[in-house]
Design a protein around this ligand. Structure first.
Ligand code: KG4
Ligand code: ZN
Length: 365
């Protein structure tokens, strides 16, 4: 039996997972470092690397115990090689390479964004095989560093649209910071805006590019939000710690602004998807990355797809943020198709264009 070990350490989550040979998740353990970083209002690379070093050994033990397996059962080791924080990546990559060498099994370096793109094909909870990948699909990655729409076609990957400035998650984090809310901002804004109607008349616009591009842009929205706070006589907080916690209670007008901000984030995604559909016709779409956990995004993109016969596959909520299950899955797929261009010689990369990966022909098995 194939037992795939995945290791993720590209940013501020340490994660170890074990998958069976069909992509069924036997164990997926994540240690979040949010508490270690939140007083700084963002991820501190050196703290992240050190925390990975401490977190990895107990997570590996816990994953093996959860899967009822031992190290000798592992037949393939996969780890994130980039893009990410080099110091953080090196910790997981080195540990995973060491395990592969010690066990005498193959090692596959994994592209973190490819893993996000494929994560919606995994079944989040039960140990069920992964869904088969279609010959062609589009992948929307919405996270703290990415708001990108990719096309996977017969294994080749191309970028259809990307953010020209801030990523959607970055906008959430900056807006939350202005309001003195904690880090990361997305889940807090999501919770505060839940069930709240946006402002009428609606104050924010979805940006359009004069060149007809379908690229994303979130920096203007962030600035508009800031200006609206100022117009209300509310001085936006900036820089340094966001550890103050939310002002208690948050005024209704501020919650309405946050709900309107969130509405605009989602509207822009819908707008770009609608334009892509008009240009290309129907497609299968995967939606992944930290912001794909957002309640409004999930409801709205699911309805958008249903109304247009577009198959929208949202990553299971548990697999939206960084996790090693998606790393093991992406590595397994490349291993099965013999399209991992590198093995133990892989280096940690802070930048790594997804389009540079060699093609992979689906399906998984
Ligand atoms: O994919 P991820 O865990 O890390 C990377 O950026 O690679 O994404 C983190 C981002 C953060 O900006 C966070 O605020 C956002 O995802 N996020 C959310 C939600 N949960 C996490 N944004 C909106 N709604 C959420 N529920
Ligand atoms: Zn990520």
């Amino acid at each position: 039996m194939t037992l795939v070990l995945g290791v993720e350490s590209s940013c501020d989550e340490t994660s170890v997972a074990l998958l069976d040979g069909a992509g069924g998740i036997l164990a997926s353990m994540v240690a979040s470092q949010v508490e270690a970083h939140e007083r700084y209002g963002g991820v501190v690379p050196e703290i992240a690397a050190r925390a990975h070093l401490t977190n990895l050994p107990p997570l590996l033990d816990a994953a093996l115990a959860r899967a009822g397996a031992c190290l000798d059962d592992v037949s393939l080791v996969c780890a994130t090689a980039g893009p990410g924080l080099v110091g953080a990546l090196l910790v997981g990559l080195s540990e995973a390479k060491g395990l592969a060498v010690g066990l005498g099994v193959p090692f596959v370096p994994v592209h973190h964004i490819e893993a996000h793109c494929l994560s919606p094909f995994l079944c989040g909870r039960a140990v069920e095989p992964a869904r088969a990948l279609p010959d062609e699909f589009l992948a929307l990655v919405v996270s703290g560093g990415h708001t990108h729409l990719f096309r996977f076609s017969k294994g080749k990957i191309s970028t259809l649209a990307r953010t020209r400035d801030d990523a959607a998650g970055e906008a959430y984090d900056k807006v939350a910071k202005m309001c003195g809310l904690g880090y990361p901002g997305g889940p807090i804004v999501d919770r505060l805006s839940s069930g709240k109607a946006p402002l009428r008349p609606f104050p924010y616009a979805v940006p359009q590019f004069k060149d007809g591009s379908h690229d994303f842009s979130y920096s203007g929205l962030k600035t508009s939000f800031r200006n609206r706070l100022l117009a209300r006589g509310h001085e936006p907080r900036s820089g340094g710690s966001t550890h103050q916690g939310p002002p208690q209670p948050l005024p209704d007008w501020l919650i309405e602004e946050l709900a309107s901000f969130q509405e605009t984030v989602v509207s822009q995604l819908e707008d770009r998807l609608e334009k892509t559909r008009a240009r290309r016709g129907p497609f299968t779409l995967t939606v992944s990355g930290g912001v794909a956990a957002n309640s409004l995004l999930r409801t709205r993109l699911a309805s958008w797809g249903e109304a247009r016969s577009v198959e929208v596959l949202l990553a299971d909520r548990a697999l939206t943020s960084d996790n090693a299950a998606m790393i093991a899955f992406a590595g397994l797929r490349r291993h099965l198709h013999g399209t991992s261009s590198e093995g133990l010689e892989a280096i940690a990369r802070s930048r790594w264009p997804l389009e540079s990966l060699p093609g992979v022909d689906p399906p998984l098995t």
